[in-house]
Design a protein around this ligand. Structure first.
Ligand SMILES: [Cu+2]
Length: 511
């Protein structure tokens, strides 16, 4: 498929309007349907899934502390758009093919509203999963200003539901953030980056089989998925006309498996102002921004004095990251284009503040519990490689059960050859360090012996996070405080092909 780059304007998802809003609460409904949408000028319309008739879904804009209720409504057809592997946990033939449950990624919410993978529901709530407990989700939005995103989280088919289009932005704003005088309004733009492949008729291409087909299976999950085009806000290789001024971009990697290493081909810096879970203390100038699936980075880009320039945001992250195939610079090596062609509509008085917000640094000494958790693998009955958390299947008894208010340090001990972006629900965490270790010794004797010094997190990661890159053959340490809710949540790899099979585990916060 040879699609011309930068011929479609970047769409900005509309802001969803609440059905009711009063002093105490705000109520939304968001309906999932199947529809056709143009994803590129030269491509026939593509059948996708989305919310409120759009892919990506509309953007929620809420205030920190606002009590928000959302009824996620499934109005999808009974037949799935994409090939389901019925050998995968939770996706056997004893459940309906089209199931959904929506998780608000990065939000701290009561567990009944967290989108537990087995709390799924079908069209009209006719059938529901074993953990389903309510139709209307409650979001207390205790978090400070941050860029969150909502997406499907159904056990065994998350990769397919998200690839079909079930994702969108959820932005939390607050007064303290406004006082910083960051670029705002139409100069504050969310960018959801995804990779997809297409059939000549415009339909979404998602493989039915692994590269070497698995004997005995008509349809098999693939170890990872890499598309051959890059979409931003639902358009393949779009362009954005900008004014010669500062912009705030909320970068989100919502791809199934692909990592991005983003740069501006003008050599300009990104000034990062926020990590996954909110603003950092100080901005940091970055030549490149690395985003694993589900990670966010908010950056300010200054187009001042660049009238007439065309600036391409490029990507040079190999797939799989970091040791896979180099990217093709003519295709997935490009993301989108900024054209500095709009006249300055008003003087740019926004700033890149030297100091933004303080936040508590978690210290290792505060932790009352340390957990050693292996990222492991095995072979299944078909000879397929399966990625696991601590060698345990989804159904094994809950082993991570932090107490409410307890601070813990988790050692993510990656025994596999692959990088896994690990995400915890409910909490934000801080990255302590990474360290090489003797993998064979750990496998054989369970002894953790370091073979190198502790490596501090890179500048881009020095903030509040909810997803962390756990490098192959390294120990990645994170620290977090569990609360303010109790209940059952999940932690998992955010490579969706890994999460579905079966790199996901429940954890329970106990009173
Ligand atoms: Cu993984």
């Amino acid at each position: 498929m040879n699609l011309t780059k930068f011929v479609d304007k970047l769409p900005i998802p509309p802001v969803i309007k609440p059905l009711r809003k009063d002093f105490n609460h705000t109520y939304y409904e968001a309906t999932m349907t199947e529809f056709k949408q143009s994803l590129h000028r030269d491509l026939p319309e593509t059948t996708v899934w989305g919310f409120e008739g759009g892919y990506p879904g509309p953007t929620f804009e809420v205030e920190s502390g606002e009590k928000v209720f959302v009824k996620w409504i499934n109005n999808l057809p009974a037949k799935h758009l994409l090939p389901i592997d019925h050998t995968i946990h939770g996706a056997h033939t004893d459940v309906p093919d089209v199931r959904t449950v929506i998780h608000l990624h990065g939000a701290s919410v009561e567990w009944e509203s967290d989108g537990y993978p087995e709390a799924w529901f079908t069209n009209g709530f006719q059938q529901t999963g074993p953990y389903f407990s309510k139709e209307i989700y409650r979001y207390d939005n205790y978090m400070p200003a941050c860029t969150l995103w909502y997406h499907d989280h159904t056990l065994g088919i998350t990769r397919l539901n998200v690839y079909a289009g079930l994702a969108g932005f959820y932005l939390i704003r607050e007064q303290r953030e406004r006082e910083l005088n960051l670029p705002s309004g139409r100069f504050d733009i969310p960018l959801i980056i995804q990779d997809k492949s297409f059939n000549p008729d415009g339909s979404l291409l998602y493989p039915r089989q692994q590269e070497k087909p698995v004997p005995g299976l008509e349809t098999s999950i693939v170890p990872e998925f890499f598309g051959d085009t890059i979409l931003v806000n639902g358009k393949v290789w779009p362009y954005l006309n900008v004014e010669p001024r500062k912009y705030r971009f909320r970068l989100l990697n919502a791809s199934n498996s692909r990592f991005y290493r983003l740069r501006l081909d003008s050599g300009q810096l990104f000034y990062q102002i926020a990590t996954d879970s909110g603003l950092t203390e100080s901005p940091v100038g970055l030549h490149e921004v690395i985003l694993a699936p589900a990670e966010r980075s908010e950056v300010i880009v200054d187009f001042t004095n660049l009238e007439g320039n065309r600036i391409i945001m490029t990507n040079d992250a190999p797939a799989p990251y970091p040791n896979g195939e180099p990217v093709n610079p003519d295709t997935v090596g490009q993301v989108m284009e900024f054209r500095v062609v709009e006249p300055l509509s008003s003087i740019d008085t926004s700033t890149i503040p030297a100091f933004m917000v303080p936040f508590p640094k978690r210290r290792v000494q505060e932790a009352s519990k340390v957990r050693f958790l292996g990222l492991t693998r095995k072979k299944d009955q078909y000879g397929r490689e399966v990625m696991l958390l601590d060698d345990k299947d989804w159904d094994a008894p809950i082993s991570e059960n932090p107490k409410l208010g307890q601070t813990e340090v988790w050692y993510l001990i990656n025994l596999t050859n692959e990088v896994h972006p690990i995400h915890l629900h409910l909490v934000d965490f801080q990255v302590i360090d990474r360290r090489n270790f003797d993998v064979e010794k750990y496998k054989q004797k369970g002894v953790l012996e370091y073979t190198g010094p502790a490596i501090p997190p890179i500048p881009q990661e020095r903030g509040r996070k909810d997803t962390v890159i756990a490098n192959a053959h390294q120990v990645t340490r994170i620290i977090m405080k569990f609360g303010p809710y109790t209940g059952v949540y999940v932690w998992h790899c955010h490579i969706l092909e890994h999460e579905d099979y079966v790199m996901m585990r429940p954890f329970m916060v106990i009173p």
